[in-house]
Design a protein around this ligand. Structure first.
Ligand SMILES: C[S@@+](CC[C@H](N)C(=O)[O-])C[C@H]1O[C@@H](n2cnc3c(N)ncnc32)[C@H](O)[C@@H]1O
Length: 324
């Protein structure tokens, strides 16, 4: 039985994106230790284990444990090369020593399982509770749309959803919730569609951008990414490799700027990593200055790979930049 068979048996429709490119960028081998910060259905983890390396995987979603069980059975139990930690990747440093691993990979966003299961509340195509949490704690999307003030709601839709009609949508939401709070995904999607005046032959569903904005806010995804990159800088050994796959421009900009700063290409600083004195030695060296995109073959079999981009870099011997 192949890995794919095992994953499908366990109900994992997730097809790993840019898998060969990530494995090549990590360049791991026997004796190496690699952190897979976004375990999902374990596609990256299995490919890394196949190189002979050990994997310490993280995922904030407790439901992925079902995909870890077969991997533990084949690798973990026999030679202890695999373990899954249910936590956010921003917390890596709580589990691992500084300069202790040879690779870190992050494959951002939601998995196909999360998107496709109506009960998780990520989909504007399937009716489900308005949840959108990848993990099991924190406020839900329903909490946000029912409780945030109109200005903050519009800001979330505009900044995280890149939705230009954010103020109009927020005003429709606030009016409607005064009569009846939102509890279901399709109900919210219909109100957003009305705010935008219907579909008008649009290629994407009118709720696409708003749902993306809410999902990013519910899961604090951009804050997680910034903190995860800083954590990776700490735990990577000199010569260790970082490989990050993003799915939209907001994520890609964060990774691109972080690596450009740390590689000495631009002056830096962010909320999690204040700039340090001029002339600090680069803590990363870029593997390629351009992002790597999926090829035509991958796009033909997995349309969900469409907007993905890989950025990768090697940790230098310089100290970490961040005080965190
Ligand atoms: C795109 S999937 C990863 C798929 C995986 N690479 C594979 O090949 O099967 C993203 C996964 O990362 C998890 N995730 C997203 N943000 C996270 C975070 N900040 N910390 C830990 N896990 C996170 C999600 O719960 C989801 O399971």
């Amino acid at each position: 039985m192949t890995d794919l068979d095992t994953a499908q048996e366990a109900g994992a429709p997730h097809v790993s994106v840019l898998l060969d490119e990530v494995v090549a960028a990590l360049a791991s081998g026997p004796g190496d230790v690699v952190v897979d910060g976004t375990f999902g259905a374990g596609g990256y983890t299995r490919a890394i284990l196949a190189t002979g390396a050990s994997v310490i995987a993280f995922d904030r979603d407790p439901s992925v444990a079902r995909f870890a069980a077969p991997i533990s059975a084949s690798f973990g139990a026999t030679d202890g090369r695999f373990r899954l930690i249910q936590d956010r990747f921003s917390q890596i440093t709580a589990y691992l020593e500084d300069a202790s691993v040879d690779g870190v990979t992050l494959d951002l966003g939601v998995s196909s399982m999360q998107l496709d299961e109506a009960e998780r509340g990520f989909s504007f195509m399937r009716d489900g509770p308005l949840d959108m949490r990848m993990g099991a704690d924190g406020p839900t999307a329903a909490d946000l749309v029912n409780e945030l003030d109109q200005v903050e709601l519009a800001r979330i839709l505009y900044v995280y959803g890149e939705e230009h009609a954010s103020r109009r949508i927020a005003s429709f939401i606030v009016k409607r919730r005064a009569e009846r709070p939102f509890t279901r995904t399709l109900d919210l999607a219909a109100v957003i569609e009305r705010a935008l005046g219907g579909r008008k032959g649009a290629k994407v569903h009118p709720a696409t951008r708003s749902f993306q904005g809410l999902r990013i806010a519910v899961n604090a995804e951009l804050e997680e990414l910034e903190a995860g990159l800083v954590a990776a800088e700490r735990v990577l050994k000199p010569g260790g490799r970082l490989a990050v796959v993003t799915f939209h421009s907001l994520e890609d900009r964060i990774v691109k700027n972080f690596l450009a700063e740390r590689a000495g290409r631009t002056p830096g600083g962010s909320r999690h990593a204040p700039p340090i004195e001029a002339g600090a030695p680069p803590s990363f060296q870029l593997i390629s200055s351009k992002a790597i995109a999926p090829g035509e073959v991958e796009l033909a079999v997995n349309p969900r790979a469409r907007s993905s981009k890989l950025r990768a870099a090697v940790r230098t011997t310089a100290p970490v930049w961040s005080a965190a």
